[in-house]
Design a protein around this ligand. Structure first.
Ligand code: NDP
Length: 326
């Protein structure tokens, strides 16, 4: 495993992290979750990602139980949560968003579910147009001063809003955002590579990126339809299925076709597509940690091979890999 600093902070995260979205508390049982965390830990992963909204809090409950059961040393791993969507089935107005009330109560609830006394990383899962940024920055700073959170950040915030949060923090001598959690994969690059580009130097922003395989699409598993045991066949995820398979611009080449071209090139290069797609994300030096998802251990082990591919190809080949999805 390699370890990278989270932006300008002193925190060293494994270059590959492991997240619980869709899987824990939903698609995978508790014993599978235990095997996944154990395998991740055995291979040097020290960052486990979660959110209040994942399986209405059950993803955090499962992760907390498993980590406690495995007796992982608290000073050896980092765990995160995110606030915004709420954990209730149908959250009321005070049970979601980024108000001081919900930020504080969601943090306490996440601590209880994850069975820890502090969160290493805590994210504002989306911007909240109904709460002034200043209120959220103060709320996050308070959690840090209370020792409940060590680093706070954002997820899918526009660059200007991150700048605004940072400016509020500077003005009032508060802790500003350390990291952002954006989507980043071969099919989705703009935000990490262009929109956030100035923030890496200006703010020392770190990134923990999500969906390196575009929910599995870049493995080629959706080329001939949706397998019954895959994420996109899960009940209630029609919106994700449409987003992943159809893309944002219906007239453009379909994401499935673009992924098929990438898979064909991976085959030509003699490597599995999943670790190749993940290695491509890791090659960006502004990525602090690439968050992996896996519904079974074999997938996780295959994906960890990304670390061995970083120096395998020359710049021209990486250029062909990027061009394959064009
Ligand atoms: P990926 O894009 O890597 O998708 C993971 C899924 O792809 C797996 O659950 C599995 O689904 C399939 N898969 C993974 N590896 C393989 C393989 N080798 N062969 C075949 N299929 C494979 O990542 P995620 O979308 O899960 O994102 C990773 C993490 O990022 C999340 O767990 C979460 O922590 C975070 N995240 C954050 C978001 C945010 O808004 N901040 C949004 C989304 C994710 P299956 O077996 O079911 O087909």
């Amino acid at each position: 495993m390699h370890y990278r600093r989270l932006g300008r902070s002193g925190l060293q995260l494994s270059a590959l992290g492991f997240g619980a979205w869709v899987t824990f508390g939903r698609q995978t049982g508790r014993s599978q979750a235990r095997e996944l965390i154990a395998a991740a830990w055995d291979h040097g992963i020290n960052f486990f990602d979660n959110a209040e909204g994942y399986a209405n809090g059950d993803a955090e409950r499962v992760m907390g139980d498993v980590i406690a059961d495995l007796r992982l040393p608290r000073d050896g791993y980092c765990v995160s949560s995110k606030v915004f969507f709420g954990a209730a089935e149908t959250p009321g107005p005070t049970q979601r968003g980024l108000s001081r009330k919900h930020v504080r109560e969601a943090c306490d609830a996440a601590l209880a579910r994850l069975r820890v006394d502090h969160l290493d990383l805590y994210y504002c899962h989306r911007p909240d147009p109904d709460t002034p940024v200043e209120e959220t920055v103060w709320a996050m700073d308070t959690l840090i001063r209370q020792g409940k959170v060590l680093y706070w950040g954002t997820s899918e915030w526009p660059a200007d809003l991150i700048r605004e949060a940072d400016a509020v923090a500077r003005t009032h001598h508060l802790h500003g955002p350390t990291m952002e959690q954006p989507e980043y994969n071969l099919l989705h690059r703009e935000r990490v590579e262009t929109e956030y580009a100035p923030l890496y130097d200006e703010l020392g922003l770190g990134t923990t990126t999500w969906s390196p395989l575009a929910s599995g699409l870049l493995t080629g598993k959706y080329a001939d339809g949706v397998p019954d045991d895959s994420r996109l066949a899960q009940a209630g995820l029609d919106w994700l299925r449409a987003r992943v398979l159809d893309g944002d611009t219906p007239d453009a080449t379909s994401p499935v076709q673009r992924a098929s071209r990438f898979v064909a090139l991976a085959t030509e290069l003699g490597v599995a597509p999943a670790p190749l797609a993940i290695a491509w994300c890791l090659r960006n030096p502004h990525v602090s940690s690439v968050l992996l998802g896996a519904s079974r251990v074999a997938q996780l082990l295959e994906n960890l091979a990304a670390l061995d591919l970083l120096d395998r190809f020359d710049a021209g080949t990486w250029g062909r890999i990027e061009a394959s999805v064009g």
